[in-house]
Design a binder for this molecule. Structure first.
Ligand code: ADP
Ligand code: MG
Length: 230
């Protein structure tokens, strides 16, 4: 049920956090334009606002000023229910922490994505099984997160993010908690599946290897995004 592919247009986004004194201005006018299949790595020092930016792109946080548009939709003009439905169907997230539910199996965690859109049908079950197979977890589908390695948990989180065929795939340090070897494998798999999905990909990373594989890097520093590919 995918319609016209969505472009992402971010225009002059600022984000202030209130403090006891002057507001802390974390983002100072971030603009970005991406079309389906585009990918970018966002790099920058700790505390420079990378997670803040990603959360705004993912509609988990709102800009103080400026706008974000995905396809024809301004998500921040939607009511709470519409926004939740929009996020569930159009955006996929992979965080540094896997954020899997501890009491649900790998398969059940993956099926939470279609459930958030309202239903789990045979097509969703087949897609979940196929994606779990792609990431080599067919025989781990019935395991709880506590019974999986860190790399396996991130692979489940990647499958969950891709389940609903999102237009926009966001990842915040997806390999940040993994050792170098596992991080490399998970990063490769993630980029491969992201590419196949055709989604716009924005990945925040400290990994030079992952950023290089993504191809295009933007640096967030001093609240602005600059071209980081030298
Ligand atoms: P990064 O992901 O690049 O490390 P963050 O986006 O997490 O950076 O944070 C950017 C800055 O905003 C930091 O100085 C952080 O302390 C501050 N910050 C983040 N979230 C909040 C919040 N909810 N309230 C106040 N300040 C915040
Ligand atoms: Mg961060």
């Amino acid at each position: 049920m995918s319609g016209t592919p969505d472009s992402l247009v971010v225009d002059q986004v600022t984000r202030d956090y209130p403090t006891a004194g002057e507001p802390l201005r974390v983002l100072r006018g971030v603009s970005l334009r991406m079309t389906p299949g585009d990918r970018v790595a966002v790099v920058g020092p700790s505390g420079s606002g990378k997670s803040t930016l990603l959360n705004i792109l993912g509609t988990l946080d709102r800009p103080t000023t400026g706008s974000v548009r995905l396809g024809a939709t301004d998500p921040f003009a939607l009511g709470a229910r519409e926004l939740a439905a929009f996020r569930a169907s159009r955006i996929g997230f992979v965080f540094q922490e896997h954020h899997l539910l501890g009491q649900c199996t790998a398969l059940e965690n993956v099926l939470l994505a279609p459930l958030a859109r309202g239903r789990v049908d045979d097509a969703a079950r087949n897609r979940a099984a196929a994606l779990l197979e792609r990431v080599g977890l067919t025989d781990r589908a019935g395991h709880l997160p506590s019974e999986l390695s860190g790399g396996e948990r991130q692979r489940v989180a990647i499958v969950r993010a891709l389940m609903n065929e999102p237009s926009l795939l966001l990842a915040d340090e997806p390999t940040g908690n993994l050792d170098a070897q596992s991080g490399r494998r998970v990063g490769d798999l993630f980029l491969e599946l992201a590419r196949e999905s055709g989604a716009i990909l924005v990945v925040v990373t400290h990994s030079a290897a992952l950023a290089e594989q993504v191809g295009r890097s933007l640096r967030l520093e001093g609240g602005v995004l600059t071209d980081g590919t030298q």
